[in-house]
Design a protein around this ligand. Structure first.
Ligand code: ZN
Ligand code: ZN
Length: 135
């Protein structure tokens, strides 16, 4: 897992502002996923996520927690029930939430280093470069 040296808070939320979050924990593992669930959920070719430990992570918008949809048992996907924005993925029992990078207020901070389900990716977009071997 790649770690990023950033200790400041990261905030984000949905398009309409009902669902908001602030992460005061250390971000890790920015990646994209082009699995069938991510493609169908997003309506796009892939989704981009970055992880935050749940300690220090709060849902602080007027809507509280997002609505949840489980793509498979125990695999929750959080979205705004008002505007439909996908804001996160959270597995039951996990100690970390993966927020969608495009839900962050600053979408340019995280650069995905890995691509899940590369073999399922569309042919008409370049793929995320293969990660370099660990040094
Ligand atoms: Zn919304
Ligand atoms: Zn996926």
């Amino acid at each position: 897992m790649s770690e990023i040296n950033q200790q400041q808070a990261h905030a984000g939320g949905c398009l309409c502002g009902k669902i908001r979050y602030t992460a005061n924990s250390r971000p890790f593992y920015p990646h994209v996923c082009s699995c069938p669930y991510c493609r169908k959920l997003s309506g796009g070719p892939m989704m981009a996520f970055v992880g935050f430990p749940l300690s220090g992570f709060v849902w602080d918008g007027p809507g509280g927690e997002p609505n949840w949809y489980a793509t498979s048992p125990g695999a929750g996907r959080g979205f705004c029930g008002n505007c439909g924005s996908r804001v996160c993925a959270l597995d039951d029992g996990s100690d970390a939430v993966f927020v969608t990078i495009m839900s962050l207020d600053d979408q340019g901070v995280f650069v995905p280093r890995n691509q899940h389900f590369r073999e399922d990716a569309v042919s008409w977009l370049p793929q995320v470069p293969e990660p370099r071997a660990a040094v």
